[in-house]
Design a protein around this ligand. Structure first.
Ligand code: ADE
Length: 229
């Protein structure tokens, strides 16, 4: 199986790219795809750039051009729950859009507004987390809400929480999950908290982006190591 791995920003793929051997690269529709091996597993890795449309374009290219057998999105997010803090991790129990009318999504393609994380990939992530020596951060299986905005206004934060009850917010996950769902391939989104999606989010993001991105990537490295796929 080829693992399709997407990060939206260079920081989110840096560690993974550094661990990749036999790299071949190709640019398709303006995005660069790196094929090779990480921890002995065949992967294609791409920095999709930010937002739902870029992420969907990247995910669909991975499916059609590289024949990936799963889609993993790794990166950072703004925390919207009370029981996690910066650098803690959310694994996608499910993903939703916070800026898309759920009723329309249910009526038209893809006829659902909630995109579940794949149980096998979730189990693999949990196993990898439990076996991490001296893990200093918490994790939870939760809801990730995606939209084309960096959430830092308190009023927007509260509105998103009231409408969609997420554990964190980011800008790509549900778009990648929709592509996976449409192509019937397993998907998991891993997000480490860089901020609390509030008035301090900009400063917190600048401080914690790199460390949070690495936390998420390290978990994915451990998953690749554990996997026999
Ligand atoms: N990614 C990291 N922090 C975020 C935030 N506050 N809003 C949206 N995406 C994010």
């Amino acid at each position: 199986m080829v693992w399709g791995i997407i990060g939206a920003m260079p920081s989110e793929i840096a560690l993974l790219k550094a661990q990749m051997s036999g790299i071949k690269q190709e640019t398709v529709s303006g995005l660069t795809y790196y094929s090779g091996k990480i921890r002995g597993k065949e992967v294609v890795l791409c920095c999709s750039e930010i937002g739902k449309v870029n992420a969907a374009m990247c995910a669909q290219t991975m499916v059609l051009r590289y024949g990936v057998g799963c889609l993993i999105n790794t990166g950072v997010a703004g925390c919207t729950c009370d029981d996690l803090d910066v650098l803690d991790i959310v694994l996608s129990r499910d993903l939703v859009f916070h800026d898309y009318d759920w009723a329309l999504q249910e009526k038209y393609h893809p006829h659902t507004s909630k995109f579940p994380g794949d149980p096998g990939l979730i189990a693999l992530a949990q196993l990898a987390l439990e076996q991490m020596p001296q893990r200093m951060f918490r994790y939870k299986l939760g809801r990730i809400a995606t939209g084309d905005v960096f959430v830092e206004q308190e009023a927007l934060r509260e509105d998103i929480i009231r409408r969609t009850h997420p554990d964190c917010v980011e800008m790509e996950g549900a778009a990648i999950a929709l592509v996976a769902y449409s192509n019937q391939i397993p998907c998991l989104v891993i997000r480490s908290m860089s901020d609390n999606a509030n008035g301090d989010a900009g400063m917190s993001f600048d401080t914690f982006e790199a460390a949070a991105a690495d936390h998420s990537a390290k978990l994915l490295l451990a998953m690749l190591e554990q996997s026999d796929a």
